[in-house]
Design a protein around this ligand. Structure first.
Ligand SMILES: C[S@@+](CC[C@H](N)C(=O)[O-])C[C@H]1O[C@@H](n2cnc3c(N)ncnc32)[C@H](O)[C@@H]1O
Length: 214
């Protein structure tokens, strides 16, 4: 989607994707993602409580989010006052173990992010139309070392039944996008109850563990 689309969603408070509590797949499978003291990348992080949850496990967390409204809201809702630093072309907001880099994920380099060893993607890949997904995956993988892991939560539905975002990213697409560079493990799945429309169309959320090959 165009960046203006997401800025408009945050400006208008149209954030039906925001869960308000740590994601159920993340709480169930976080131990498979990272051991203590990892630095976890959360692309397209919004103001998700998953940032605080990952930090509560002893990890350093670095989110990347286009919307300054979302980033500020995360810290406000955590009763934290972040330190602000310019990391051109991004802006860093940091408090304790959580940093959010405000700007375009595609502008975030290893120099901005530090030594991230794993990534958590919920509603990032599926936020992108199919013609942008390959570029996103290439960029994400460029930021991770060999052996790095990704916990990916995707959504699968019959595309003729709903316009994205979120877009349907079925297993065949996950394999086409990642299998050249990663081993792929299916971890979990459940019918999506995020919105009534998702229930109507039989959307299924699936958790994948991807490990970057050497
Ligand atoms: C569907 S929301 C998911 C947010 C979060 N992962 C969650 O689970 O609540 C997608 C988010 O990605 C952000 N976004 C979209 N394009 C982006 C980009 N190119 N760089 C950084 N963030 C982006 C949007 O502003 C929005 O907050």
């Amino acid at each position: 989607m165009h960046r203006d689309f997401w800025h408009a969603r945050w400006n208008q408070g149209q954030i039906g994707f925001h869960e308000g509590a740590p994601n159920a797949f993340l709480t169930r499978h976080a131990a498979r993602l990272a051991s203590d003291g990892a630095r976890v990348l959360v692309p397209f992080c919004g103001k998700t409580r998953d940032l605080a949850y990952l930090a509560s496990l002893g990890h350093e967390v670095v989110g990347v989010e286009l919307s300054p409204i979302a980033a500020q809201a995360f810290f406000d809702e955590s009763s934290l006052t972040p330190e602000r630093t310019t990391r051109a072309p991004l802006e860093s907001l940091r408090s304790d173990a959580v940093e959010i880099l405000v700007g375009d994920f595609f502008d975030a380099t290893r120099a901005h992010l530090g030594e991230v060893t794993c990534a958590y993607d919920r509603a990032a890949l599926v936020a992108l139309p199919p013609d942008m997904q390959r570029r996103y995956v290439a960029h994400l993988l460029s930021l991770l070392p060999a052996g790095g892991r990704i916990l990916l939560v995707s959504l699968d539905y019959e595309p003729s039944r709903m316009d994205g975002p979120p877009f349907s990213v079925p297993e065949a697409t996950i394999r086409a996008l990642f299998e050249d560079r990663c081993t792929i493990e299916h971890l979990d799945a459940k019918p999506s109850d995020e919105r009534p429309r998702f229930r109507e169309i039989g959307a299924v959320e699936t958790a994948w563990l991807l490990t970057v090959r050497a």
